[in-house]
Design a protein around this ligand. Structure first.
Ligand SMILES: C[S@@+](CC[C@H](N)C(=O)[O-])C[C@H]1O[C@@H](n2cnc3c(N)ncnc32)[C@H](O)[C@@H]1O
Length: 255
C-alpha cells in the first residue's frame, strides 16, 4: 500500500481548473496532432501501444488514438480527465483513461512508447521522485521501447529569463487577464511561477514550481534510470538541442 504523501502544488485541482483556458488554448490543442505525429517519427517508435503520461485534457492522447494507436492516458487531475473523456467522445476516439499519480502507475512491459509532453516532468519537491518517474517509465516499456520527454530547456531559460519576468495574457472569452512572473531558485535548479488571474476586478494567485533540467542533466537522469541511446532535440522537427531552442526533447530507449 502507498504511504500518504504530503500535498504539493499540483494537488490543487482549482489551479488546473482556473488556469485551463490559458494552459490549453485552441492553438495548443491544434498543435498536438502534428507534434505527436512528429514525436512518433523522431522516436522511430515501433508498435501501437502508447502511454500518455500526465495526459491532461487528452491533447495528445486523442490525435494518437484517432491515428490507430492503442492509447492509455494517465493523469492525477479528475477535472482534466473529465475534459479528456468528453473531448474524446466528441471526436469518437477510444482511449483508456486512468486517474493515477505518475509516481505510482506501473504496468510492466505494456507499452511501445511513453510520452511525457508539455512540461509534465520535474514536479516534485523531492528530486528523487523524478527519478522514480523515469524508473516507472522504463518499467512500463517493453524491451527496445522508447520514451519522449518534452520540457522547458534550462539553457534557453538561462539566456532569456531575468530574475523576474512579467507577462500579460488576455482571455477575451471570459474577460480574464493573467499576469505571469517567473523566477529561478534553489541553486538554479528550479523555476517558480506565479500566475495572477484577474476577473471582474478580483485577483486570484496560483504558485507552482518545477525542476529545470539542462540537456546533459536530463540525459544523466535518464541514463541513471537505466535508459540507453538518449538523444536530445530542440523541437519536434528534429532541430538539435541548444541554448536557442525553447524546448528540450529527450528521446531514450529501454535496453
Ligand atoms: C502542463 S500539463 C500537460 C498535459 C499534457 N501532457 C499535454 O501535453 O497537454 C501537466 C499535467 O500533469 C498532470 N500532473 C501533475 N502532477 C501529476 C502527478 N503527480 N501525477 C500524474 N499527473 C500529474 C496535471 O494534472 C496536468 O494534466
Amino acid at each position: 500500500m502507498n504511504r500518504p504523501r504530503k500535498k504539493e502544488w499540483f494537488d490543487n485541482d482549482s489551479l488546473w481548473r482556473e488556469l485551463y483556458p490559458f494552459m490549453f488554448s485552441a492553438k495548443r490543442f491544434a498543435d498536438a496532432a502534428s507534434e505527436t505525429k512528429q514525436a512518433v517519427a523522431l522516436a522511430k517508435a515501433r508498435g501501437k501501444s502508447v502511454l500518455d503520461l500526465c495526459c491532461g485534457p487528452g491533447r495528445c492522447s486523442i490525435p494518437l488514438a484517432k491515428r490507430g494507436f492503442a492509447v492509455t492516458a494517465v493523469d492525477r487531475t479528475k477535472f482534466l480527465l473529465d475534459k479528456a473523456r468528453s473531448l474524446a467522445k466528441r471526436s469518437r476516439a477510444r482511449v483508456e483513461w486512468i486517474q493515477a499519480d505518475m509516481r505510482d502507475f506501473v504496468r510492466p512491459g505494456a507499452f511501445d512508447l511513453v510520452l511525457s509532453m508539455y512540461t509534465s516532468f520535474g514536479y516534485f519537491d523531492n528530486k528523487e521522485d523524478d527519478l522514480q518517474v523515469l524508473r516507472n517509465i522504463l518499467a512500463n516499456l517493453r524491451p527496445g521501447g522508447k520514451c519522449v520527454i518534452e520540457v522547458a530547456g534550462k539553457e534557453f531559460l538561462a539566456r532569456n529569463l531575468n530574475a523576474t519576468k512579467h507577462e500579460l495574457l488576455l482571455n477575451s472569452t471570459r474577460n480574464t487577464r493573467l499576469v505571469r512572473s517567473e523566477e529561478i531558485f534553489d541553486d538554479w535548479s528550479r523555476v517558480r511561477t506565479e500566475w495572477i488571474l484577474i476577473r471582474d476586478g478580483r485577483a486570484k494567485t496560483f504558485r507552482f514550481h518545477f525542476t529545470i533540467y539542462s540537456g546533459q542533466e536530463l540525459k544523466d537522469r535518464l541514463a541513471s534510470a537505466g535508459f540507453i541511446n538518449v538523444k536530445l532535440y530542440g523541437n519536434f522537427e528534429g532541430e538539435p538541442y541548444g541554448p536557442a531552442t525553447k524546448r528540450l526533447i529527450a528521446i531514450a530507449q529501454k535496453p
